[in-house]
Design a protein around this ligand. Structure first.
Ligand SMILES: Cc1cc2nc3c(=O)[nH]c(=O)nc-3n(C[C@H](O)[C@H](O)[C@H](O)COP(=O)(O)OP(=O)(O)OC[C@H]3O[C@@H](n4cnc5c(N)ncnc54)[C@H](O)[C@@H]3O)c2cc1C
Length: 471
């Protein structure tokens, strides 16, 4: 396994990454990337085990709910960050797709399992490289005025393929070791070049990554950005310019019929991991709202209690859907556990639909101090401290406690991380329309129609009402 220091050194491998207009030669020492690198390094250290054969639990591909829970429990023993999360999601997606791709060509399945072993043995981090630049959304990949809007095969030899194109929004790409490239959606006959799935090292010749990050700029006080300042991670715009991929790292090559298999598996695992996060996040929102009400002395007001109850119902529905997703989990032909896509997508959709109201309630309970609370350096300034402490320090919280609470709520709901997580919650793993499509595909509409037919048949006949499920 790698230590944190070894991980940091592994990023100095000649990769072509950019941020704020400049080439980044050493992410570990870049002012706006070093926090994310440091965090990823801490994750490595938290799991480090020098014994031969030891590996990070993220590489476990669970075959039962028990194994899934055990994997989660093992993961909770160490620290976590975006690069660890995307590694787990993308490997689970590959493993979920392996049996179906194996029916196309047995070597696809073998290559996937070999690749998972390779990544595990070398303790590598992988990015989910799916979302293409896409150009004009209503045009197919091969109808765009530039063929490179979707990553595609531009050349091949007896050894492998060359790919060109651009993928966007790739979380943690420039801090990972591997780019797992998957088609963004179903492809049609004639679009064979776009039906490509493969793995590419981040430092492969022809790969360029242009980063964005919500990490605060400049010499900020970490207390003003308790989450943005310590848990940020870059998203990468990844450009492929005739990047060579040897066949042993190609998992799909031209079979348009199966392009969607990988995208669906990735979306499922991305959302599934998100659902568990959504349930915890919802509980956190309830807690923050309750603390804000206490801080303002309004906790016993009927309208405040009402709104808190709304949040409690919301959080409970999130938890229920997350648990139902595992309760209704299925297995692939190779025995890998996969959560129920219906519950996963329904929760993702529900959470996004509700989020604006959740934030409304939290902000309304807190008041304007959420955005206008003084910054910590002013609070610490001896010339200002007494006046600020006097204005902020009211029972049951000290001025420091109140400032900490309001700074946290601003950062996570109304400032850097807040904006990022609002949009991410809606779009990462697919937007709202995609969730509706999955839900419709997975829901048993015929059963629902049968139920409705039964009700219609028995309408007016009281004795048959209960048989049709009516009370
Ligand atoms: C912070 C963050 C992190 C992310 N991380 C990753 C990552 O690690 N890896 C990755 O691959 N992706 C990642 N994504 C990308 C995410 O999966 C996409 O943003 C999402 O799938 C939506 O794609 P899009 O942004 O291109 O929007 P679009 O798909 O273009 O959607 C925009 C709007 O256009 C509509 N639309 C799109 N196509 C059509 C059409 N043909 N006809 C009619 N309407 C249409 C949609 O319904 C929607 O309303 C991330 C996104 C965010 C915000």
């Amino acid at each position: 396994m790698m230590t944190g220091e070894q991980y940091k050194a592994s990023l100095r491998d000649g990769r072509r990454t950019y941020l704020d207009g400049e080439r980044v030669t050493d992410p570990a020492n870049h002012p706006r990337l070093k926090v994310a690198v440091e965090r990823a390094a801490r994750v490595y250290d938290s799991f480090y085990d020098p014994r031969p054969g030891a590996f990070n639990p993220v590489y476990i591909m669970p075959k039962s709910v028990e194994e899934y829970e055990e994997r989660r429990a093992l993961l909770r023993k160490g620290e976590t960050d975006m690069t660890l999360g995307t590694t787990g999601v993308v490997l689970l997606a590959l493993a979920t797709s392996a049996p179906e791709l194996g029916h196309l060509k047995p070597e696809y399945r073998e290559r996937i399992y070999d690749y998972i072993e390779f990544v595990k043995a070398n303790d590598l981090r992988c990015a989910e490289v799916v979302t293409d630049a896409k150009g004009h959304r209503k045009l197919r990949p091969n109808q765009q005025d530039d063929p490179d809007f979707y990553v595609h095969v531009v050349d091949r030899t007896s050894e492998g393929v060359y790919i060109t194109g651009a993928k966007m929004h790739i979380s943690g790409a420039s801090l990972d070791h591997e780019l797992v490239v998957l088609p963004t959606k179903a492809m049609r006959p004639g679009e064979e070049a776009y039906a490509i799935a493969c793995a590419v090292p981040v430092n492969a010749p022809g790969v360029t990554i242009i980063d964005t990050t919500y990490a605060p700029y400049g010499d900020y006080d970490p207390r003003d950005y308790p989450v943005s300042g310590s848990r940020n991670c870059p998203e990468g715009f990844v450009v492929f310019d005739r990047v060579f991929v040897p066949y042993e790292r190609v998992f799909l090559d031209g079979e348009t019929s199966h392009a969607a298999v990988l995208a669906h598996s990735l979306g499922l695992w991305e959302r599934a991991e998100g659902t568990l996060h959504a349930a915890d996040d919802a509980d956190r929102m309830v807690g923050l709202a309750a603390l804000l009400a206490e801080a303002n002395g309004t906790a016993d007001q009927p309208h405040v209690k009402d709104r808190l109850a709304w949040l409690v119902v919301y959080a409970t529905m999130c938890r229920a859907a997350a648990e139902a997703a595992m309760l209704h989990a299925r297995k692939t032909e190779d025995g890998l556990l996969t959560p129920s896509p219906l519950y996963v997508s329904a929760l993702k959709y529900y959470r996004s639909e509700m989020m604006a109201k959740v934030l409304d309630i939290v902000h309304d309970m807190g008041g304007s101090l959420i955005v206008n609370a003084p910054r910590w350096r002013d609070f610490d300034n001896p010339e200002l401290h007494t006046a600020l402490a006097k204005a902020l320090g009211t029972e049951p919280l000290t001025a420091e406690e109140r400032l900490q609470l309001f700074s946290y709520v601003r950062d996570t709901t109304a400032d850097a991380y807040g904006g990022w997580s609002y949009v991410t919650g809606q779009l990462a793993g697919g937007g709202q329309h995609a969730q509706r499509l999955v839900a419709m595909r997975q829901y048993d509409l015929e059963r629902a129609k049968d139920l409705a037919r039964k009700v219609l048949k028995s309408a007016g006949r009281a004795e048959e009402g209960s048989a049709a499920g009516l009370v």
